[in-house]
Write a protein that binds this ligand. Structure first.
Ligand code: MOS
Length: 769
C-alpha cells in the first residue's frame, strides 16, 4: 500500500490551484492552431464524396466530367484507389480504425454517408464543385434502419474493453418471484452525435517516404499506428501532430478513414492535402452514440433494500463492425443488490459504425437505472437520496473488491445541502412559482477510474527552463495546464519557466485521451520524470566541490524559483542554471514510464537520457482495489404546463474523482459534462428516414445542443480527497463523470414537477403535453 507522499517542496504548491490555462492566451489570440489551420506550401484540397443510399451497390460512377473540371488534380474511387489494409487481417496494432470497412475498395454500400470517392483540386471550392460533377448510379436495396426491424437477428456481444457484457450474480428470477415491491420499465435513448466544435480534419504531407499528418485526434500514437498499417509502411515513417483539439468526446478516439484517405490523396498528387470533414459529414464519418432500448427490472423490500436488478440493453451496430453501448456495466456495481442480471444485445443496421461517445454506457445506462430508482422511491415513499444510501455499497458488489476510495455518501450529503434538498415536497406538482411548475430531481453519477501505461520526458536546460513532454492530448480538458503545475511543484520552478509539450507521436508514449484517463495516466509519469530530473541535478551539486551544496544531504535540500538551497540555511545554495553551466551541460533529461509492470530502469549509453519506471507499488494495489469515481447530481426544472418547455434553472453536482489538480479546469470539465447531459436529456436526437435509412438530421440547425441561453446556474463541488491507491498523485479522471446521471436527474425533476414519467429521450415539449 502506498500513501500520498508530499512532494519535496515545502513552499506553497501550485497543484490544486485554479490557475488559468497555460494555453489560454494562445487560444484567445487565435494563435493556437488546430489541424486544418496548419499552413503548408502548395497545399491541395480534398473533398469526400459520400453515398446517398443506405444499402446496395454502386452500379456506375462516372468521373469524367469531374476530372475535366478546372483545378482538379485527382478523382479517387473504388476503381482506382490503392489497396489499403484493414485491422481485420489479424495484425496486432495498437490503435483501431473507427470501423473495419475500408473505403474505396469495392462497390458495396452499407450506409448513408459512406465514403465512395475523393476529389482533390487546387482549391476547396474547385474540389467541391468537381465532386458535384461525379455521377453515381446505384442498385438500391431495402436497408434495416431501426433496432426493432432487426430484433429477430439480435445477438449477444461478448466484451467491452475486456469487461464481460453478460453478467449474473445470485438468482434474479427467484428474487423477483418473492419481491415485496417490483418496478419494471423500458427506457429508450436515441442516436446522438458528438458534434465537437472543431470538426475532424487532416492535413497529410509526404517528404519522400516520410508522412506527416496534422490531425484532429485524441490519440496520436494510435493514429500513427493505424495510418502506417493501413498504408503498409513502417510506423517510424509516420508522424502525427495534434497540438490543439477542439473537443473530441470520443469521435476522435479512433482513426477514421478520412485521415488515411488524405494521406492517399497527398501521395497521389505529390502535394500536401487538406481534408476537412464538413459539419454535415460529421453525422456519418466518425461515429455516433447508438440508440438503446433498456428494460430495467428492480425488486426491493418495503424498507428499500434492493433484492434484484435486471438490466437488458439492446443497442445497434453497423453491418461492417461491432460497437456496443454497454449500458449495464455500471448497473453491476452501483448498488448492493445480491441478485443481478445484466444482458447486452446488438442488432445490425445500415448506419455507419457507432463509437464511444462521452461516457459510453454510463451516460445512457444511468438514465435508465437512475430513473428506475426514482420510480422505486415513489413506489416505496422513500426519499430518493435516502433510497440510494440504503443501497450504498462499500465494496464492488460484482468482484467483492473494496473501492480504492469512495466518498459517495459525502457527495449526496454535500450536494443535497448545497441544493436545499431538505426543502423538497416529494408530491408531484406540489411546488410552483406562479404559473410554472417546479421540479427537483437527483441521480447518482459514476465513471470508472481508468489509467494506462504512460511516459513523459523532463528536460532542464542551462538557462534554467524546463521542458516536459508526452504524446498525450489536450482536448480543451486542461492537460497542458495540470502537467505544467505538477512539474512546477516537483522542480521548484515557476509555471512560466516550464513548457509542457504534447500531441506528437514522436514524444514519449501516452494512451488515448479517452475513458477520462489522461490525468490519472500521465500525471504519475510527469511527476516521476520531474522527480528524477530534480534529484540528478541536485546530485551534480552535492558531488561538486565548487558547489555551496557540496556534501549536503539530498533530504536537506529544497528547491524554489529555480534555486537549490539548504532548507535550514536558505542562503547556502545556487540555481539550476548555475549547476548546469558549471558542468557544461546544455541539458539534463530523464524519461519516465508509469503504470506499467515493467520494472527495469535503464540508462542510455550516452549517459544522458535516463528511463525510469515509476509507480511500481501501485500495481499491486491495482489488483486489490476497485477504482471508480462517484458523484451526485441535483436538478431543478421549471416547466410551463401549457408549453411543455423545460428549463433547467439550477444544477448542483458533487463529485469525487480523487485529488483535484486544478479547480478551474476540473470544474470546466464538469460544467461541460453537465451541459452535455442537459443536451442528452432535453434536445439531442439524430433521426433517420425509416424507409431510405438516410440521415434526416445532419446539421446543428436540426441537431440541437445546449447554448449559453439554455444553461442555468450550475454549481460544482469537489470532494477533493486523494485516491491513496491509484498513484502518489491520488488523481482519478475528471471528464465523463460529469454527464452521467444528468439525464436521469432532469427526468426525475420533470416527474416531480409534472407527475409525468418520460422514459424516452430526449424529453421534448411534445412528450409533456
Ligand atoms: Mo471518451 S467517449 O472515452 O473520448
Amino acid at each position: 500500500m502506498t500513501g500520498v507522499i508530499s512532494p519535496p517542496k515545502e513552499t506553497e504548491q501550485v497543484v490544486g490551484k485554479p490557475i488559468n490555462r497555460v494555453d489560454g492566451r494562445l487560444k484567445v489570440m487565435g494563435a493556437a492552431r488546430y489541424a486544418a489551420e496548419i499552413p503548408q506550401d502548395n497545399i491541395a484540397h480534398a473533398v469526400l464524396i459520400q453515398s446517398i443510399i443506405a444499402k446496395g451497390r454502386i452500379k456506375d460512377i462516372d468521373t469524367s466530367e469531374a476530372e475535366r473540371a478546372p483545378g482538379v488534380l485527382a478523382v479517387i474511387t473504388h476503381r482506382n484507389a490503392p489497396k489499403l489494409n484493414s485491422k481485420t487481417d489479424g495484425s496486432m496494432v495498437e490503435g483501431k480504425p473507427g470501423e473495419d470497412l475500408v473505403p474505396l475498395q469495392s462497390d458495396e454500400v452499407f450506409y448513408d454517408g459512406q465514403h465512395i470517392g475523393v476529389v482533390v483540386a487546387e482549391t476547396f471550392e474547385q474540389a467541391k464543385h468537381a465532386a458535384s460533377l461525379v455521377h453515381v448510379t446505384y442498385e438500391e436495396e431495402r436497408p434495416t434502419v431501426e433496432i426493432e426491424q432487426g430484433l429477430s437477428k439480435a445477438y449477444q456481444p461478448k466484451q467491452f474493453f475486456g469487461e464481460e457484457l453478460q453478467v449474473q450474480r445470485g438468482d434474479v428470477a427467484k428474487a423477483f418471484a418473492e419481491a415485496e415491491v417490483k418496478i419494471e420499465q423500458t427506457y429508450t435513448t436515441p442516436i446522438e452525435h458528438h458534434n465537437p466544435m472543431e470538426s475532424s480534419a487532416s492535413i497529410a504531407a509526404w517528404n519522400g517516404n516520410q508522412l506527416t499528418v496534422y490531425d484532429a485526434t485524441q490519440w496520436v500514437i494510435g493514429t500513427r499506428n493505424i495510418v502506417a498499417h493501413a498504408l503498409g509502411i513502417p510506423e517510424e515513417s509516420v508522424r502525427i501532430i495534434s497540438h490543439f483539439v477542439g473537443g473530441g468526446f470520443g469521435c476522435k478516439g479512433y482513426t477514421w478513414w478520412h485521415t488515411i484517405l488524405a494521406a492517399v490523396a497527398a501521395r497521389l498528387v505529390g502535394r500536401p492535402v487538406k481534408l476537412v470533414i464538413t459539419r454535415q459529414q460529421m453525422f456519418s464519418s466518425c461515429g455516433h452514440r447508438p440508440p438503446t432500448i433498456q428494460q430495467l427490472t428492480l425488486s426491493a423490500t418495503r424498507d428499500g433494500k434492493l433484492t434484484a436488478i435486471r438490466h437488458v440493453t439492446t443497442s445497434q451496430t453497423s453491418e461492417v463492425d461491432e460497437c456496443v453501448e454497454p449500458c449495464g456495466l455500471t448497473t453491476r456495481l452501483l448498488y448492493a443488490s445480491p441478485n443481478l442480471e445484466v444482458t447486452h444485445n446488438l442488432v445490425r443496421v445500415n448506419t455507419g459504425t457507432p463509437t464511444s461517445m462521452r461516457a459510453p454506457g454510463e451516460a445512457s445506462g444511468t438514465f435508465a437505472l437512475e430513473s428506475a430508482l426514482d420510480e422505486l422511491a415513489y413506489e416505496l415513499g422513500i426519499d430518493p437520496v435516502e433510497l440510494r444510501i440504503i443501497n450504498h455499497t462499500d465494496v464492488n458488489p460484482q468482484t467483492g473488491k473494496p473501492w480504492s476510495s469512495k466518498y459517495l455518501k459525502e457527495c449526496y450529503q454535500k450536494g443535497a445541502e448545497r441544493f436545499g434538498w431538505s426543502r423538497r415536497n416529494p408530491t408531484p406538482s406540489s411546488m410552483r412559482d406562479g404559473d410554472y411548475l417546479i421540479g427537483w430531481g437527483m441521480a447518482t453519477a459514476t465513471y470508472p477510474g481508468y489509467r494506462s501505461p504512460a511516459s513523459a520526458k523532463a528536460q532542464l536546460f542551462a538557462d534554467g527552463r524546463a521542458v516536459v513532454s508526452s504524446a498525450t492530448h489536450d482536448l480543451g480538458t486542461g492537460t497542458y495546464t495540470i502537467m505544467t503545475q505538477i512539474a512546477a511543484d516537483v522542480l521548484g520552478l515557476p509555471v512560466e519557466r516550464i513548457e509542457f509539450k504534447l500531441g506528437e507521436s514522436s514524444m514519449p508514449k501516452a494512451p488515448v485521451a479517452g475513458g477520462s484517463q489522461s490525468a490519472a495516466s500521465v500525471a504519475p509519469a510527469v511527476q516521476g520524470a520531474a522527480e528524477e530530473l530534480r534529484s540528478r541535478v541536485i546530485r551534480l551539486a552535492i558531488d561538486d566541490e565548487s558547489s555551496p551544496l557540496y556534501r549536503a544531504a539530498q533530504q536537506a535540500i529544497s528547491t524554489e524559483n529555480g534555486r537549490v538551497f539548504l532548507k535550514n540555511e536558505p542562503s547556502r545554495g545556487e540555481t539550476y542554471a548555475e549547476i548546469l553551466q558549471r558542468n557544461n551541460l546544455p541539458v539534463v533529461e530523464v524519461e519516465a514510464i508509469a503504470n506499467t509492470a515493467a520494472s527495469e530502469s535503464q540508462q542510455s549509453s550516452d549517459n544522458k537520457v535516463v528511463r525510469i519506471c515509476v509507480g511500481k507499488n501501485e500495481n499491486s494495489d491495482w489488483q486489490q482495489y476497485a477504482f471508480q469515481s462517484f458523484g451526485a447530481q441535483f436538478a431543478e426544472v421549471r416547466i410551463h404546463p401549457r408549453l411543455g418547455q423545460v428549463r433547467v434553472t439550477r444544477f448542483v453536482s458533487a463529485i469525487d474523482v480523487g485529488r483535484i489538480l486544478n479547480h478551474k479546469t476540473a470544474r470546466s470539465q464538469i460544467l461541460g459534462g453537465i451541459t452535455f447531459g442537459l443536451g442528452m436529456a432535453l434536445m439531442e436526437e439524430t433521426v433517420l428516414d425509416q424507409n431510405s435509412g438516410r440521415l434526416v438530421v445532419r446539421n446543428l440547425a436540426d441537431y440541437h445542443v445546449p447554448v449559453q441561453a439554455d444553461i442555468g446556474d450550475i454549481d460544482v463541488l469537489f470532494i477533493d480527497k486523494p485516491d491513496p491507491h491509484i498513484s502518489r498523485m491520488g488523481v482519478r479522471g475528471v471528464g465523463e463523470i460529469g454527464i452521467t446521471g444528468v439525464a436521469a436527474a432532469v427526468a426525475n425533476a420533470i416527474y416531480h414537477a409534472t407527475g409525468k414519467r418520460i422514459r424516452d429521450l430526449p424529453i421534448t415539449p411534445d412528450k409533456l403535453l
